[in-house]
Design a protein around this ligand. Structure first.
Ligand code: PMP
Length: 355
């Protein structure tokens, strides 16, 4: 830390991203990426012409991609906002919708960035405890007088709230914005974006990083009433109007055209998730029911930390959170069937050794 850093950032606890090791090839089950490549159209879209055009700025309005997405989701272009990864939208939303009078509120165990953004912008926040089984009780979210953020399915638990439960939360907070972070919705959940037509206080946030295999391209989106989208644009046009690069826009447009390819991948991932869950249960693990592309599991035969370390030694990366209440668990991203077979075989070997 330099002596020049603004006081207000000196004690900031920054977000710790999952490991992205460059030293050797791991079976990488630690950051919820897709095991499948982007669709053929995306590969073709990043061509020489696109690369030559990199001398030009990208379209700040992202018109083509917003139109394509509006068609796919059955909303208007004005209801869509695009960003450099959905993290950007979470950040901008805290800037836009929190204030001295409006704190943030989110589940006690959830995506770590919510807290970081609140602290970055000096916003106070409440964390709402989960139930014993890690589920969220929507009744805990009534009349909070806060900007509410809920990941649905939640991370790192994979637990899911139904559309009806989310609707209760939206109705229960008519004077505040409710942001539903649907990073993992395509793996078996039902998106609540259709509710944006009826509720002016709802923002639904999605990403191309998971189900659409484009984590490295950085592309996130929000669907909401036009007024909320305009608010996000105020922040965007006060920071970085060209926040999505040309190659990512081209890739995104191609991905939307091949929606079926991604839906098929999601089905495969869901099947592999069921396979992994069953096999872990057979090995005595407790597995939290998941509607995401990961599962959250613990064993009473080995600590979460020891399992993480043993897997890493054998070339498999999972995510361990050294935090109270979830210390015993690991979050395991669902890879290909072959990767998960290797994972299960390796877990068996590790359990044999610690017997
Ligand atoms: N929300 C949740 C719940 C996540 O787990 C992630 C991925 N780390 C994100 C948002 C951010 O995704 P991205 O910025 O890649 O769109």
């Amino acid at each position: 830390m330099s002596i020049f850093l603004n006081e207000k950032y000196k004690n900031l606890e920054v977000y710790t991203p999952g490991e992205q090791p460059q030293d050797m090839k791991y079976i990488k089950l630690n950051t919820n990426e897709s095991p499948y490549p982007p669709s053929p159209g995306v590969v073709a879209a990043i061509n020489a012409e696109q690369i030559e055009n990199l001398r030009l700025y990208s379209d700040p309005e992202c018109n083509k991609l917003r139109e394509a997405m509006a068609n796919l989701y059955g909303v208007k272009k004005e209801n869509i906002y695009l960003s450099n990864g959905s993290d950007d939208i979470l950040n901008f939303s805290v800037m836009a919708f929190c204030s001295d009078n409006t704190p943030a509120a989110f589940p006690e165990i959830s995506y770590g960035f919510y807290k970081v953004f609140a602290e970055l912008h000096n916003v106070t926040y409440k964390t709402i405890p989960l139930k014993e089984d890690f589920s969220i009780d929507y009744k805990d979210y009534m009349g909070l007088n806060s900007f509410i953020v809920i990941a649905n399915p939640n991370a790192p638990t994979g637990r899911y709230l139904s559309l009806e439960e989310i609707e209760q939360i939206i109705k229960g907070n008519p004077n505040n914005v409710v942001l539903i972070d649907e990073a993992y919705i395509d793996f078996g959940g039902e998106s609540v974006y259709p509710l944006t037509k009826r509720y002016k206080n709802l923002i639904v946030v999605g990403t191309f990083s998971k189900s659409r295999s484009m984590a490295g391209a950085r592309l996130g989106f929000a669907i909401a009433d036009q007024d909320l989208i305009d608010d996000l644009n105020r922040i965007k046009y006060s920071t970085n109007p060209y926040n999505i690069n040309r190659l990512t826009l081209a890739a995104g447009e191609a991905a939307i055209k091949e929606d079926r390819y991604y839906k098929e991948n999601c089905k495969r991932i869901i099947n592999t998730r069921e396979y992994t869950q069953k096999n872990l249960c057979d090995l005595g693990f407790t597995v939290v029911p998941s509607k995401a592309n990961f599962i959250f599991a613990k064993s009473d035969k080995i600590s979460g930390q020891a399992l993480y370390e043993n897997l890493k030694k054998r070339g498999i990366l999972v995510r361990h959170f050294n935090m109270s209440k979830i210390n015993d668990y690991n979050r395991i991203t669902i890879g290909t069937v072959e990767e998960m077979q290797t994972f299960i075989k390796t877990v068996k070997e590790i359990l044999e050794e610690v017997k």
